[in-house]
Structure formats: C-alpha cells, structure tokens
Ligand binder design. Structure first.
Ligand SMILES: [Zn+2]
Length: 455
C-alpha cells in the first residue's frame, strides 16, 4: 500500500477541535501516522502521493447513521410526494423490496454508496431492510467504503419479507458470523422495528447484539403511529415498553425517536441508547419534527446523537452536509435561539459524535494519530467558496454541500480522486439501473406518472 499525504486546512475534530491552516496528514498501511505542517511532512516523506493542498479543507470522513441501501434507490423520486408515509411505505417501498433479486440489492447498494462517498460519507449504517446481505456487503467492498449490514428483521407483518421469530434470528446470526471480523463491513443486528417486531424478537435481538459485541438498530416513532400502536397493544409508550423489555442500552441505535414524552426522553439518556436523527425524512414525509422533535434537547442533556440521510424517497439526496445544515437550521428556528445548535455542533454529529453513537469512535470520526485514515478533501477554490472563511466549519456547513468533495480516502485507500470513484464507474451501471427500475415497477404492479402533463 502506498503512503499518502493529505493536505489542506485540517478540521481534525480531535478533543480540542484543533484546526491546522496549512496542515497535512501522513498515512501508511491504512492508518494516520503523523499530523503536522504540510511542508514538514512533505519534506519528511518526499515519496508519498499527495492529495489536496492549499485551497482545500480536509475533514474526517462523514458518518451516515441510517441509510436504506436497497429498495428505494432503484425507484428514486418515483414515489409521489402527495401521499402519506404509510401509503408510501406499504404500497410502494415494500412491494419494490419484495421484487428485488440479489442482483438488484447489489446494484442498488453500489449506487447508494457511490453517491454517499462522492459526498464525503465514508461510513454507512444500513437501516435494516436488506434481503440479500452478502450482496450488499459486496457493494461495500466494491465501492471501498466502511459500514454495517444486517438482514430484514420483521416477524409481525404480512409481507413475503416477514419471517417467524426463529427465522429472523437465524438470518441475523448468519450475518454476524459472516462479518465478525474487523474489516470494512461489520455485521449488525437490524430490525425493521416500529410495531412490526414482536416483543420476543426485540428481546432476542438485543440479547444477540450484546452477546456478539455488536450493535442493534431499528426504527421507532418517526411519526405518532408507533405511540398509538404501542399504547393500544401494551398500555405503554414505545420507548418505555422497550426499556421494560431490556432492549435499550449503549449497544442500541434507534432510528428517529421524533415523538417522545418526557419519560421516554429520560429513559434514552439514562440507558445511553443512541439515536439516529434524519431530519430530511420527517420534513419530506410530514411527520412533525419541527413541532415535536426533541433531538437537540436530547443531545444537550448528554444523549448520544448521530445524523442520517435515511432513504431516497424520504429526503432524496445522500449528502451529509445537507443533512447537517438542515439539522442546524431546524434547531435554531424551532427554539428561536440562534445559539442552540449550529455549524460546529452539526459537524461534530457528522464526525466524532456520530462515530461515538455508532460505537466506532476508537477507530474513526477524527483526524488523530493511530486512527483509520478515512479522510475527505473539499476543494474550496470554486466560486461558491471564494473568498474562503477563517472558520472552515461555518463555510462547509452553511455554504457547502457534497459538490466540493474532490478526493476521499477510506482505510488509507484513495477511492475518490478528482471527483471520480477509482473503484466503480457509475456510467457502467446506468443501463442496468434503468432496466432494473422498469422491471421492478412492473413486477410490483406500480406505474408512477408525473403530476403534470407530458407531451
Ligand atoms: Zn429508515
């Protein structure tokens, strides 16, 4: 493996949040070995390949803590946006998932991960809706990015993807066995969640994650529906019920948790349960985050929070900086307090804070010696970045998005160079993706039509 120097204004996200204005990171064997002034490192290692340089900002790779890699991707922007979220999920997304072959899963995940890495996301937590985990793991390897994968975990529904509790647990166990190593892809226990998992499945899944030393993730309370369903079935709010079952804890990452009462908020903090916050999805689906969301309150009380992009028909773009800016804007507007949460806090959630929430902060999330070399070079020589700011966090978060991501390194390997993936050329996948979309829609009996007349 060749050694690398990645240079620019470094946003290290270390304990002091140190910034180097003309800094560089020296990388060998996948690890960050040195951090210092660019000229010193270049002098010490004249043979190293150099990425970035003056006019660039270098950040740790971004963390996307909730992303569906299959299903939605191949019908991106086909689901109408004037239907409710249950109709979107059960009449569109689930039938498309049911029609997916293993090839579709790999194609879909490859496209999603290529888009993600092109916007600086180097670690992706799959959300728990994968029918062919090995094919999705193959996509991670092919694109060259880090993340987690699990298998469909759903024992309380009428879809062909639903299984008995034993079948679901067996699938989860198989994924953990296949990805127990310390490679790019980790096996996680993944449930669909909501009120679509039995109590037994929740309990056994949490136990499996604890025993295997890995993580559990599932969806809960993006809208008011889970609260209504849990109250009817158990007499308790969702988080309270899961706390009583012993499902919460530091190993658990709950996606959403938008609608919480005071007791639920306290329980998440007390149990150190992490939450993935995906604001685009709640806005796109009209789920009430601007009136009910308590994520920033949760964070300020010591809650473990990360950001996620969710899925293509609930936010559409897999772009960490767009999500960060939205989270910051929502926090300030809903609290009517511009000091409550801003660019710096959002960048923390996309890097070291997000890494902590997914249990990987010993390895990724900041530019520090000994950590894995997951780095992003943002080119700030373009019109949108001229003139550059003295505060790169303000510039990246409020004025930027993934379009300035020029180079990306994961585990010491340059996988995006000069805006192009070095591992997969997406243009090779265009015909295949268009054909897959046509076939999947037809198989699922869906016929999207534009709202406006087409001539
Ligand atoms: Zn989701």
């Amino acid at each position: 493996m060749t050694d690398l120097i990645v240079a620019g204004t470094l946003l290290t996200m270390d304990g002091d949040r140190t910034i180097w204005t003309d800094g560089a990171v020296y990388v060998t064997d996948g690890l960050i070995r040195l951090i210092g002034q660019r000229c010193d490192l270049v002098q010490m290692h004249p043979q190293a390949r150099i990425l970035g340089g003056p006019g660039c900002i270098v950040t740790p790779g971004f963390i996307n803590s909730h992303q569906h890699l299959t299903g939605d991707r191949l019908i991106r922007s086909c689901i109408p946006d004037d239907i409710d979220s249950n109709e979107a999920i059960f009449d569109w997304v689930v039938p498309i998932h049911e029609a997916h072959s293993g090839d579709d899963d790999e194609l879909s995940a490859t496209l999603s991960l290529l888009e993600a890495v092109g916007n600086g996301i180097t670690t992706t937590i799959e959300a728990g809706t994968v029918a062919h985990p090995e094919r999705v793991a193959g996509a991670f390897q092919r694109v060259g990015v880090r993340g987690s994968v699990g298998a469909w975990g759903w024992d309380n529904g009428d879809s062909s993807l639903c299984g008995t509790t034993d079948e679901v647990m067996e699938r989860q166990q198989m994924v953990l066995e296949a990805h127990a190593s310390d490679g790019l892809v980790q096996g996680w226990v993944t449930l669909v969640g909501h009120d679509l998992s039995s109590d037994r499945l929740y309990v056994e899944a949490a136990e499996l994650a604890r025993m295997a030393g890995t993580r559990l993730t599932f969806h809960l309370s993006p809208s008011i529906d889970d609260g209504v369903a849990f109250l009817k079935r158990t007499g308790k709010r969702p988080v309270t019920h899961l706390a009583d079952l012993g499902v919460l804890g530091p190993q658990t990452l709950i996606a959403h948790a938008v609608h919480l009462d005071d007791e639920e908020l306290d329980l998440l903090i007390e149990t150190e349960t992490a939450v993935s916050y995906c604001p685009w999805a709640y806005l796109r689906l009209g789920q009430g985050v601007s009136s009910a969301g308590r994520h920033i309150e949760f964070l300020h009380q010591g809650g473990r929070l990360a950001l996620g992009c969710d899925t293509e028909n609930a936010g559409d773009a897999i772009d960490a900086l767009r999500v960060g800016a939205l989270a910051a804007g929502l926090a300030r507007d809903t609290s009517m307090d511009p000091r409550s949460f801003g660019a710096h806090e959002a960048l923390e959630l996309l890097t070291i804070g997000g890494a902590e929430a997914i249990g990987m902060d010993d390895k990724i999330g900041s530019l520090e010696i000994g950590k894995a070399a997951d780095l992003v070079v943002h080119d700030t020589t373009g019109v949108a970045s001229t003139p550059t700011s003295v505060d790169p966090a303000l510039q990246l978060l409020w004025a930027g998005d993934g379009r300035a991501v020029r180079d990306v390194v994961v585990d010491g390997v340059p996988i995006v160079v000069d805006y192009k993936s070095t591992t997969v050329d997406h243009t090779d996948l265009v015909a295949e993706a268009n054909e897959a979309q046509r076939r999947l829609l037809s198989q699922a009996g869906l016929a999207p039509t534009p709202r406006w007349p087409v001539r």
